[in-house]
Design a protein. Structure first.
Length: 59
């Protein structure tokens, strides 16, 4: 199994909440947006990223 196949498998197992939290985490750490190709997951990621830019990260 190559690296891309492993990432695709992991991404397909992530819940909407996982994508939301990943988006928030990426915003808090000032990483560039990296939404998935799946539109539902990408939407949750975008919501999390936007919230992460507004809210402070936990201490």
């Amino acid at each position: 199994m190559n690296q891309e196949t492993k990432l695709t498998t992991i991404h397909s197992q992530m819940s909407d909440e996982d994508w939301f939290n990943l988006g928030k985490s990426d915003a808090w750490t000032k990483k560039p947006k990296q939404p998935p190709e799946n539109s539902q997951s990408a939407s949750m990621y975008e919501l999390g990223y936007c919230e992460g830019k507004i809210a402070r990260p936990p201490i």
